[in-house]
Design a protein around this ligand. Structure first.
Ligand code: GLV
Ligand code: MN
Ligand code: MN
Length: 411
């Protein structure tokens, strides 16, 4: 198995990174933005050039297919996402999409004849930036979110998913995105680790056994506005101060959950009216809260809920608690974990099993098909920031392991 750097892959990663709403080294590609649409077009061109077939479902999940000699057999799939949060780096998701394309191309060039079709899936909106909910495409594929729930989504400008997908050329019934169990024999997602462990321990390949349980909620807080000079402190119902206390409760609940894997982030706070001399009357805040241990996470969430209500009562602030998602963790398929380990070992790569603390489309693929993930090291674990970096050598090793897995599974 060669670990030589596939230079066309490195070039393509750079080409795709240039399709961004923010200048390099930042990458920003929000769902159905001009950059997301341009990236989709660019990827479709690469797939056609390689001689693969293309299909898009009603939510815009893109399926790049290499038909096997027995097309009725369940397909073997890989893939990830190309959307990127504001000021992201160029590897998150992209390594899985372009690395998957590279693995399929290398197999084709080497004369592999798949019996099971091979499919590379570029999932729509793994990132929650536009609609607040992550893994929209794979959630719909798994049926974890219904077509009606997806139709009710609105972006910060009040635009609906239906409006945006129609403008992006994705038609049809969202209910048709759901995939039946048995459609896929296996799904393997290649991804950068987004944590520091592989690099710190000098390990080439992480094979994912479990994906942590993500949750997110939105709080709409309503207090009372007024003049910053004229309203005395005891008379105030400041929505932002309630939000600030709740953000600290989130931190405290994560620190005291009893599970080292509990993490809580208040990543978005919008304060209105947003003037220095006006008391905040309305706040929207969104909180991301995760754990590998679902029970510990849900206990902590309940504690935050109780605490937040008490804070708001004391401050005379109304609270509307909206659950965005509260997903269970996913367990990876043992035989696929073993397969990836075997392929890494056969190539002479060091490897270890690990947990994914980030979520991925694999979390939802695992609901209806055997799934695992291959992780590669990234510099200092940096991710969701412009200086995210994985070396061409590290990426090539991940692609090599993925390729061997796809080869064996599609025989
Ligand atoms: C995915 O981007 C995540 O936030 O885990
Ligand atoms: Mn991400
Ligand atoms: Mn990702």
């Amino acid at each position: 198995m060669s670990t030589a750097c596939p230079s066309r892959l490195d070039r393509e990663i750079d080409e795709l990174a240039a399709i961004s709403a923010h200048p390099a080294p930042a990458v920003t590609r929000v769902l159905f933005s001009p950059e997301d649409l341009a990236a989709r077009e660019w990827l479709a061109g690469k797939a056609r050039e390689a001689g693969f077939q293309l299909r898009q479902d009603p939510v815009g999940n893109l399926f790049i297919r290499w038909e096997g000699s027995e097309p009725c057999l369940p397909a073997v799939a890989t893939g990830s996402h190309t959307d990127a949060i504001p000021n992201a780096g160029k590897y998150d998701g992209v390594v899985g999409v372009l690395g998957g394309l590279e693995a399929m191309r290398q197999l084709k060039e080497a004369g592999h004849l798949p019996r099971h079709s091979l499919e590379l899936i570029m999932f729509t909106s793994e990132e929650p930036t536009r609609f607040g909910i992550g893994c929209l495409g794979s959630r719909l594929m798994a049926g974890t979110i219904t077509a009606g729930e997806a139709q009710a989504l609105r972006d910060p400008d009040g635009r609906s998913l239906d409006e945006l997908r129609a403008a992006a050329g994705c038609g049809g019934d969202l209910g048709a995105v759901k995939v039946s169990t048995g459609a896929y024999k296996a799904f393997i997602e290649l991804h950068i680790e987004q944590g520091p462990l592989l690099e710190e321990r000098g390990i080439d390949i992480g094979v994912v056994e479990k994906i942590a349980a993500p949750s997110a909620f939105r709080l709409l807080l309503k207090g009372s506005g007024g003049h910053a000079g004229a309203v005395l402190m005891p008379d105030r119902r400041d929505a932002f101060l309630a939000a600030a206390e709740i953000a600290l409760l989130v931190e405290q609940a994560a620190l005291e959950s009893g599970s080292k894997d509990t993490v809580g982030t208040t990543g978005l706070v919008e304060v209105k009216p947003g003037a220095i001399n006006s008391i905040p009357c309305d706040v929207k805040m969104e909180v991301d809260f995760r754990d590998t241990d679902q029970e510990a996470r849900d206990r902590a969430l309940a504690k935050i809920g109780q605490g937040a209500r008490a804070v708001c009562k004391r401050r005379g602030v109304e609270i509307d608690w909206q659950v965005i998602n509260q997903d269970p963790p996913a367990l990876c398929e043992r035989s696929l974990v073993a397969l990836a380990e075997d392929k890494a070992a056969a190539a002479g790569f060091s490897h270890d099993r690990m947990v994914s603390r980030a979520y991925h489309d694999s979390l939802f693929m695992a609901r209806f098909c055997p799934t695992t993930m291959i992780f590669i090291p990234c510099h200092k674990g940096y991710s969701h920031r412009p200086d995210e970096f994985s070396s061409p050598h590290a990426i090539a090793k991940g692609v090599a392991v993925l390729k061997e897995c796809l080869k064996e599974l599609s025989r």
